[in-house]
Design a protein around this ligand. Structure first.
Ligand code: GDP
Ligand code: ADP
Ligand code: 5GP
Length: 206
């Protein structure tokens, strides 16, 4: 299925800086919209229902799976996370660019469903830095940090399946790279044809 909006999928091991980068991108670019996932995990500190996530009980999540409401869902760090089909398809149909911050299992499912999706993997500069960011963020208990570090090894091995790789060492550099990927996507022929229909018509281009 082809939509006028682009679909960007950003994956990274927890703590690599995915949320910070996507948040900064959206502050700079009003054409990019987030998809708010559903999760069975409990809210952290300042998280609000409907903003970072829709927090769902196991039963509510089961019901959505049965109703085929998710375009993808996966088990991540012992919890379930899913992307609502309705939310992303409505946004893309309106011509908005949508960004998903999801794990690699979800990213691969999205690529199978939407061949045009752009898959971006964020790497930390080192294992030491990944651990220290998780610790500095101060949102997760030590045992959760351990689990996330263990899972990170499996996650990093998937980076080669992605279209683009960004190393988040210097934040501003990584943000520049992310903006470049979004920008390049908007310069592809079909996207330009939609955005600049008048110019294409004046040039008698189909
Ligand atoms: P979260 O997106 O809710 O997870 O928030 P974070 O705690 O990850 O990030 C808070 C803010 O700090 C975001 O708006 C980021 O843009 C910004 N930020 C995070 N890390 C860096 C950094 O290394 N350099 C700069 N310049 N900004 C950062
Ligand atoms: P994720 O969404 O991938 O779990 P976050 O965006 O929450 O990661 O980032 C984890 C922590 O690392 C946050 O405290 C964030 O401020 C910090 N961080 C992100 N990018 C950088 C960077 N380039 N340099 C230093 N710290 C960073
Ligand atoms: P966190 O609990 O730190 O917010 O997220 C944990 C992991 O779940 C991250 O790797 C994040 O990308 C992933 N995740 C968040 N939402 C979704 C989703 O809708 N689908 C999938 N497959 N993974 C998600």
């Amino acid at each position: 299925m082809e939509y006028p909006g682009n679909l960007f999928v950003v994956a990274a091991p927890s703590g690599a800086g995915k949320s910070s980068l996507v948040k900064a991108l959206m502050e700079l670019d009003s054409g990019v919209h987030p998809s708010v996932s559903h999760t069975t995990r409990a809210p952290r500190g300042q998280e609000k229902h409907g903003r970072e996530y829709f927090f769902a009980s196991q039963q509510e999540f089961d019901a959505m799976v049965l109703a085929d409401a998710f375009v993808e869902w996966a088990n991540v760090h012992g919890q379930r996370y899913g992307t609502s089909k309705k939310m992303i398809e409505e946004r893309m149909a309106q011509g908005s660019d949508v960004v998903l911050e999801i794990d690699y299992q979800g990213a691969i499912q999205i690529k199978q469903m939407y061949a045009n999706a752009v898959l971006i993997f964020i790497l930390p500069p080192s294992w030491e830095e990944l651990r220290s960011r998780l610790e500095r963020r101060g949102e997760d208990a030590p045992d959760i940090i351990e689990l996330r570090m263990q899972n990170a090894a499996v996650e990093l091995a998937q980076a080669k399946e992605f279209d683009f790789v960004i190393i988040n060492e210097v934040f501003e550099r990584a943000l520049f790279d992310l903006k470049a990927i979004v920008h390049a996507q908007r310069l592809k022929y079909p996207a330009q044809r939609r955005a600049r229909a008048d110019t294409f018509e004046a040039l008698h281009l189909a």
